[in-house]
Every structure is written in structure tokens, then in C-alpha cells.
Design a protein around this ligand. Sequence first.
Ligand code: ATP
Length: 355
Amino acid sequence: MADIEVKALHKRYPDGTVAVDQVDLSIGDGELFVMLGPSGCGKTTTLRAIAGLERQTTGDIRIGDTLVNDQPPAERDIAMVFQFYALYPHLKTRDNLAFPLRAEGLPKAEVRRRVDEVARLMRLGPLLDRRPRQLSGGEQQRVALARALVRRPRAFLMDEPLTNLDAELRADMRTEIKHLQGELGATMVYVTHDQVEAMSLGHRIAILNKGRVEQIGTPLEVYDRPASLFCAAFIGSPPMNLIEVEVADGQLRGQGGLVLTPPPGVPRDRRLVAGVRPEALAVTEAGAERSVPARVVSAEWLGDEIIYVVDHGGQRDVRVRMPPTVRHAAGAAVGLRHTGGTPVVYDVRTEELVA
Ligand code: ATP
């Protein structure tokens, strides 16, 4: 396997659209690296540039020790898995898996050995003699993954490979991909717009917005300290509450009276927004100690938890994660209390993390 270095990657399409704007990425050998962002942020273009399917306008791409800017896709020795699994419909699973190896001209015995090995790894044994139309969507995607794995390329590039699967199968496949990636020590770049997928899969995540990298970090880092208001609003389900605050008497005060402990180094000379996770707040009885007044806008009962949306200080979308035993109806007057830790703080003007 190999590491991948992307330097100042820039892609401008002929119609003037800038899809990728000076992107730098350093992906380690054996790393599962996720590119996450909303539709149109430039994930696919970046991935296609790494694969050689799209020529960058400027910037360099290195795979292992090789600068691959001028290499066609076939010479880059990488495998790509897309959202749509393009299996050959007339071939049995066994032959779909063998296809890339035969194309490389490997001896028959070696092809057979490698196909058997990947079939065992991905538990495809019972499916080896079926054609794609005799397989479910999830099974087809497993075969497509296996076909990528069988080649042992220098890196795997995956573009939303699980999008077409139902929720349960997606979760299973996530586990499977993570396991296989670890087992093979594979370098993998995985593109998704689904933050849950990114958090559960990635060793590190790059969050992209409008062609630019907003943050690169481990799942824990991007969850604990989103680097910008964009990242704060993107990571977490529901995401962080963003509450405008002022520094007064050594405290952060929201408009509705919510008081938060400031993190060290909070600047005093600008407008600030505090980021507070829904699990760092609690809905209490109205008037409870250390609570401020709020009103329930809606309560979403999810079985193991309730997500309250409350109106506090004129902000009608403050979200609070509570255990399912606490019940307040929509419209109820309640209290809102900060329960955990110090918030993160953003500059309203630059939208960047400042403390
Ligand atoms: P999605 O998740 O929807 O696939 P993405 O993050 O992968 O989105 P890209 O497909 O990389 O985004 O597209 C980035 C931007 O470039 C978008 O604004 C898109 O409309 C634009 N774009 C993509 N291909 C072309 C093209 N061939 N010509 C012009 N603009 C393009």
C-alpha cells in the first residue's frame, strides 16, 4: 500500500466552476481517510483527480513515491468503488472477481487462489456461482467491493459505495469495510455526505465546503472542536446549538440568560457564538435551580432518547438531548440548564473557532 499526498489541488471546469480550491491532503499508508461534505463541495472531483479520471487545473498528486499528475488511471494502480456497482451481468460472481486478475494476465492457479481468498474474506462462498441478477443489492455491492480488493492495488478510492443500500445493510457493510481495511492495512479514501458514516469509519475526516477543506481531524477532534461554524453545524445529529453570547463578569451570557463557563482565551473585542452540544444541556421543570426559562417547541421521541427543541431567549431551535424518561409536551413552560463542560466559541464575523 502507499500514502497519498495532494498539494494545492485546484480544479476549474471549462464553464468556470471552481470545484476544488487549493486542497491539501496527506493520507497515511494504511489510513482510512474520509472526505465529508454536502453535495457539490468537491469530494468526487478530488477523488476522481486522485484516480486520474479528472485532470486537475493546477496542483500535484503523489501516490507513494510517484508524482502521478501525468499518469493515466491504469498506471496509478488504485481501485475505485462507486455508488453504482458495475458488475458484468453475464458473468458469475467467481468470474466477476477473476476479471481484473485475468486482465493483468495472472496465471490460472494464482487467479483461483486470489478469488478463493477474497471470497472467504468477504463470505461470498455461497454466491460464487450466481450471476448479478440473482444477487440482492447488498450482495452485489459486496461482490463489487471484493472485486476491488482482489487486485491488491496501492490504494482504494470509494465514492459513496453504500448509498443505495438500506439502513441495516449500510451499517453491516460499514463494519465490514472497516474490518477489511484494518485486516489488509489498506490505504483507503472514502467519500460520503453522511456524517454518521464518516464518524464511524474514518481514522481521520476532512470536512469540505465549497471546494475548500474546513477541517481535518480524528472523529473525536471534529466532534469536540469543530473548526468553523460550518463544521459545527454539519457534525452531530442533531448538531451543536449555536448561541450568541457576550462576555460579562467572567462568564458567557446568552440573550435568554443562559450562563456558560468560558474556555480559556476568549476574546472580548468581538461578537461571539458559543457552540453547545445537545447533550450538554438539560430540560428541567420551570423555575428549577440554575435553569433559565424556555418553552418546548417540539419533542422527538426516539426510543432511547428524546430530542427537545426549545425556544429560549427568542431562539426557537435550541436542541436538548434527554433520556426517554423525561416528558414535557409541546408548548410546556420548562427550564433550560447547561450541564456539561465548557463550550467552544466562534467569531461571528470570521465564522472560525477562537476558543
Ligand atoms: P455530490 O455529493 O453531489 O456528488 P460532490 O461534493 O462530490 O457532490 P463534485 O461532484 O465534486 O461535488 O462537484 C463539485 C462542483 O463542481 C459542483 O458545484 C458541481 O456542480 C461542479 N461540477 C462537477 N462536474 C462538473 C463539470 N463537468 N462541469 C462543470 N461543473 C462541474
